[in-house]
Design a protein around this ligand. Structure first.
Ligand code: BES
Ligand code: MN
Ligand code: ZN
Length: 503
């Protein structure tokens, strides 16, 4: 979909969208259109209808013959003081879905919210466009028989604003954000016969175009380094494992604390059958997105590079396929991780933590990062705890946790902190090795997973995001069509820009 910004002018074709405040007060553009349309808007608002101008309410009316536009869509803006960047993005997304479902091919959004809101007119226009763009994502490359009415109709969206140039400028970083989100969504959506460790590594290598330094470690290299926990997960698969290191240099590395990188580590299980502790057949196809954590790390690094973030960052993804076979690891196997700690693998389906154990250790040893954040579709238990509305957050550092919570609220990717404590940690003491990869029962499954990871964290501010419930959505929301969400890209980008670039 093409997005443009233009000075307000009566549109000559397509739909025209105007804003109505809660209580049916027209915005200035709505009044102008109403006048040009011979009072059609006022009439529509006085006719019986449930439309009151509440946020996200839409009322489409046919444009009268006086206008050359096809339709006028009244869009509820809610209360002036409640309009913020998030609500404008939602409006943009909701509008996109409506116009597209109606079969409109082009539309002009004339929503001038004036100075009442917390965002200026140029930003408001950019945020509406951003929301529409995010919602327009589709993964339909494998659909060869789509009927015309199943294809998206809206090809051109114009956002009218008296500050068109400023809006264009405000949209530029948002457009980069959308591109990064789309990369992540694409990778997560691809099936496991297309995206497996080698091809995901190739996708990461593509980021060199943006100035990111990318290295791929193969199995020989990982064996040399002692990454036996990661390798054990991949040993049942015909597809060899990989570990990819991506570095973005946005500041001089001699620059004291600022020079030390922020580190992001992703779980990249390109398919999780459970291994010998095999999963039930129903729903196993979902496990193609068990690499979402690593796809978020790729998207995030792409975004930091695209917007030339003033920060050093490293992204590390552990890429494996968890398969049952004659070479697969067995429940009860004991492996020596890169950290030297031995792990008793009592359930081969608790594999993400084995991958992360070595990826986290390697990351700390090599980069001495300022902080380390991992993302993983780690546990089904986090879905039991938080559903699909919040990701689980675990951290050894209150400041980092608070910043993540704040950033999450700002971008609408919310996280909820769950505890870490010695009493949980004791549950993973093993009789035979240093640690076991599962606890005694089903209780506190997500916390147990996080405790396991913490055994591989040195003295560094660390946060773990369990995104098992938020990486994939079975329902459309305003800015995220159902499917891969890319949850975490915007959150971590905001964390970086808000707290680590401006010092
Ligand atoms: N990849 C799964 C977790 C998962 C479940 C992600 C559902 C997304 C949706 C993970 O590897 C796993 O299998 N975890 C086990 C851990 C258990 C064996 C301790 C789980 O959650 O059942
Ligand atoms: Mn598993
Ligand atoms: Zn998994």
């Amino acid at each position: 979909m093409k997005i443009s910004f233009a000075e307000p002018d009566l549109p000559h074709s397509g739909a025209v969208v105007v804003g109505v405040w809660e209580g049916k007060a027209l915005t200035p553009a709505a009044s102008r259109i109403d006048e040009a349309a011979g009072g059609a808007i006022a009439r529509a608002l006085s006719a019986p209808s449930r439309f009151t101008g509440k946020k996200d309410q839409l009322l489409p009316i046919l444009a009268p013959p006086k206008l050359s536009a096809s339709r006028i869509v009244l869009a509820g803006l809610g209360k002036p003081e409640s309009a913020d960047s998030g609500s404008l993005q939602q409006l943009g997304g909701t509008l996109f879905a409506h116009l597209n479902a109606a079969g409109e091919e082009e539309a002009t959004v004339m929503i001038d919210i004036g100075d009442t809101a917390s965002v200026g007119p140029a930003e408001a226009a950019a945020e509406i466009a951003f929301g529409a763009q995010l919602r327009s994502y589709r993964f339909d490359k494998y659909k060869t028989k789509q009927k015309p009415e199943q294809k998206p109709s809206l090809t051109h969206l114009t956002v009218a604003t008296s500050s068109a140039n400023a809006a264009k400028r405000a949209y530029r970083p948002l457009e980069k954000t959308a591109a990064a989100v789309f990369l992540t969504r694409d990778l997560v959506s691809e099936p496991a016969n297309v995206i497996y460790p080698e091809t995901l590594a190739t996708a990461a290598e593509g980021l060199t175009e943006l100035g990111i330094e990318v290295e791929t470690l193969d199995e020989t290299k990982m064996r040399e380094l002692g990454m036996n926990a990661l390798l054990a997960v991949g040993q049942g698969s015909a597809r060899p494992s990989r570990l990819v290191v991506m570095q973005w240099h946005g500041v001089e590395s001699s620059d004291g604390a600022r020079g030390r990188p922020l580190a992001f580590v992703g779980k990249g299980v390109t398919f999780d059958t459970g291994g010998i502790s095999i999963k039930p057949a129903a729903g196993m196809g979902d496990m193609k997105w068990d690499m979402a954590g690593s796809a978020v790390v790729l998207g995030l690094l792409r975004l930091l590079a695209a917007r030339k973030a003033a920060v050093n960052a490293v992204g590390i993804v552990g890429l494996v396929e968890n398969m049952p076979s004659g070479t697969a690891q067995r429940p009860g196997d004991i492996v020596t991780s890169m950290s030297g700690q031995t792990i008793e693998v009592l359930n081969t389906d608790a594999e993400g933590r084995l991958v992360l154990a070595d990826a986290l250790w390697y990351c700390q040893q090599r980069f001495k990062p300022r902080l380390i954040i991992d993302l993983a579709t780690l546990t089904g238990a986090v879905i039991v705890a938080l559903g699909h509305h919040r990701a689980g957050l675990f951290s050894n550092n209150d400041e980092l946790a608070d910043r993540l919570i704040e950033a999450g609220k700002e971008v609408g990717e919310q996280v909820w902190r769950l505890p870490l404590a010695d009493s949980y940690d004791r549950e993973i003491d093993s009789d035979a090795a240093d640690v076991k990869n599962i606890g005694g029962g089903r209780a506190a499954g997500s916390i147990i997973g996080a405790q396991f990871l913490q055994r591989f964290i040195d003295d560094v501010p660390w946060a773990h995001l369990d995104i098992a419930g938020t990486a994939w959505s079975t329902k459309d929301t305003a800015t995220v069509p159902k499917g891969a969400t890319a949850f975490g890209v915007r959150l971590l980008d905001r964390l970086v820009s808000q707290y680590y670039e401006k010092e």
